[in-house]
Design a protein around this ligand. Sequence first.
Ligand SMILES: Nc1nc2c(c(=O)[nH]1)N[C@H]1C(S)=C(S)[C@@H](COP(=O)(O)OP(=O)(O)OC[C@H]3O[C@@H](n4cnc5c(=O)[nH]c(N)nc54)[C@H](O)[C@@H]3O)O[C@H]1N2
Ligand SMILES: Nc1nc2c(c(=O)[nH]1)N[C@H]1C(S)=C(S)[C@@H](COP(=O)(O)OP(=O)(O)OC[C@H]3O[C@@H](n4cnc5c(=O)[nH]c(N)nc54)[C@H](O)[C@@H]3O)O[C@H]1N2
Ligand SMILES: [Mo]
Length: 767
Amino acid sequence: MGPMSKPPRQDVDESRLEVTGPKTWAAGLPGVAVSLKRGVEQMGVGRTVTTLRLLNQREGFDCPGCAWPEPQGHRKLAEFCENGAKAVAEEATKRRVGPEFFAAHPVAELADKTDYWLGQQGRLTEPMVLRDGGTHYEPISWADAFALVADRLNGLASPDEAVFYTSGRTSNEAAFLYQLLVRSFGTNNLPDCSNMCHESSGAALSETTGIGKGSVSIDDFARADLIVVVGQNPGTNHPRMLSALEDAKKAGAKVVAVNPLPEAGLLRFKNPQNVRGVVGAGTQLADEFLQIRLGGDQALFQAVGNLLLSWDAVDREFVAGFTDGFEAYAAHVRELDWDAVDVATGLPRAQVELLARMLAGSERTIFCWAMGLTQHKHAVATIKEIANVALLRGMIGKPGAGLCPVRGHSNVQGDRTMGIWEKMPEKFLAALEAEFGVPVPRKHGYDTVDSIRAMRDGRAKVFFAVGGNFVAATPDTEVTERAMRSCDLTVQVSTKLNRSHVVHGREALILPTLGRTESDLQHTGEQFVTVEDSMSVVHRSRGRLAPASDALLSEVSIVCRLARAVLGPEHPVPWEEFEKDYDLIRDRIARVVPGCADYNARVRQPDGFVLPHAPRDAREFTGTRSGKAHFTASELTVLRVPAGRLLLQTMRSHDQYNTTIYGLDDRYRGVKDGRRVVFVSPADLDELGLRDGQYVDLVSEWPDDPTGVTERRASRFRVVSYPTAKGCAAAYFPEANPLVPLDSTAEKSGTPTSKSIVVRLEPAEGR
Ligand SMILES: Nc1nc2c(c(=O)[nH]1)N[C@H]1C(S)=C(S)[C@@H](COP(=O)(O)OP(=O)(O)OC[C@H]3O[C@@H](n4cnc5c(=O)[nH]c(N)nc54)[C@H](O)[C@@H]3O)O[C@H]1N2
Ligand SMILES: Nc1nc2c(c(=O)[nH]1)N[C@H]1C(S)=C(S)[C@@H](COP(=O)(O)OP(=O)(O)OC[C@H]3O[C@@H](n4cnc5c(=O)[nH]c(N)nc54)[C@H](O)[C@@H]3O)O[C@H]1N2
Ligand SMILES: [Mo]
């Protein structure tokens, strides 16, 4: 280990924080420099070069960053972005967290560290156990660890007292076996990160198009004439999408950004892949920027629908031939309350009309969105409203057009396809049962929020996670931490140290696993795994680096060995064979999962294969009740905030991957060396009598009983005067998670409302 790979000893010192104001362009030279710097810090020069060379190449590994697809056919030598390179550096780091580390640091001490400090310590190397009443994690053998989990699980009064979480990094093979293990054990308690992420998109799209996935492919971007990017910050979270937008613009497309924040990546992009991008002025991406209020998108798209109808800018043929529910929808939006639209959106009418005009004039529109839409009380209704507009204009199932929820975790979509869901459809469960000859429970399980409630109330006692950082990613941190601490056993299958290891049950296990970048050697030789990107492309991923430690097991191995311990050696599923040869797992996926026939052969094609999507492929809407795409009429929700309060969104900085904090800078928003900031518009600062640089506590107010409100507090945030929409503040996730009430969830999807929390800002003690 060179001197460069020493982790920081000091925790974050927020007094060093500097604020310089927002940038108006993204990527370019600083992006290249930052990705190389982070790589070299964590991995050294040689490893940085070999690793990045394999990133997103056909014979290499899938980027553990986001789920944006690789281009088909032609890949650039460097098919990655600054933040993908950071994600890789974070995993391929040379830093290690071994038994000596745990012997030196009592858990109580680690519980005082930030997520940043914990993550920077390095890769986990050996299975560790925290005994009942213990003060330190100690080493445990794999066999003893599995025996312990099996003993506690089999000692439960009911399988429903266990909860099995998944984050979206898990491969298709591991996910398929994991849900099979959990269902064989006897429960559907399979919450996942998707419950906090695109669940609202899935719910909305299932109802309107009959399939919960997006309807565009990467090639559609170059064919579109209009791309609307709503509630998404691709410059930070899906940087390779900027190249697709740039290509689309070169081919003549217009881009509209709808966002309360003027995100640098959306406004102007300097492509590090070409010389002009590195040194020149870059490409202006957004032709129009609609600075909407938080939660105003449903109103915007109802208004757009109203205008399109009044101008008769409707694709009559599509509406008549492929949809139902049009009359009810049209009647509803014709009655639109325009004053409510003004309040909800905060947009000038002229801008709403401009968007409608652009849509009316477009032959091929793509609608992209992410967390800015999915994490509100009325998230499902909002996305259905976008779908309504797409249906009005006939924008589904033709080249260059469609609905494009841009997924987060690199395999979150694949995990769902493989059965990670607390309420998989009957067809899937019956197929699983028939294939393996094991009984599969039908009662729906707990989603993420229900799991927290069950642990809080003593109805769930064992918590098991494949990946993720449940404690930090979920809402209502104080409640969630208490819920976790009340469990009998918590188990984390992880690559890196995080808060969910140090906020634990009476007993706790850390099971270290291989990451995407590492080679996975089994009995029949080196294995590859498969993943599905945001556009339903399934392809191989194969790591090449030597594992971080000899003691690591792959996720597949962990699931197979745990299954044998829990279910016994006589269990009809051939777990031992599956672990030896992943082709055998894929043969079963082929027989159980719709669209996966001939899986082994098709994932070996150079670019993998695309899963079927009836609306995209044939304008067939076989998944809806009527067999047609479905217009919906939803009551308009206007988020009203009491006087003196703001709506707060919680979002990502440029230097984090969810709860993994890469560094303390949010370069595009001009924040350096700190994270406890709250962005507020100058007009609101004036009204509230606050000023830039002042420190405040954020206090959320939630009316959860008829007589009063419950307050939640997050202390000491520096106020940053920032050009956000009026009335709408912003702070970073996960620091702001203590403010999100557990019961504040989206209707129909149960997603925590992390993008609209009513808060007041109280001047902090001290400064
Ligand atoms: N580098 C990096 N990449 C990532 C991640 C990461 O943490 N770091 N996370 C991954 C994951 S799991 C996900 S889900 C995605 C998340 O990708 P994003 O959804 O881009 O992530 P957020 O930071 O939550 O940004 C939300 C954006 O929506 C805007 N917004 C908030 N509320 C509203 C609203 O009411 N209306 C509108 N129109 N806009 C709104 C915010 O201003 C912000 O620009 O990124 C994935 N990729
Ligand atoms: N307030 C607020 N809360 C939010 C959000 C928000 O916008 N605002 N966003 C939500 C969203 S969109 C999401 S997706 C969730 C994310 O929730 P999670 O997926 O639970 O959280 P991550 O931070 O992505 O998980 C990071 C951990 O995963 C482990 N890990 C990394 N790679 C691997 C691997 O290959 N295998 C295994 N087994 N483990 C691995 C590491 O130990 C690391 O510490 O958070 C949600 N929470
Ligand atoms: Mo996500």
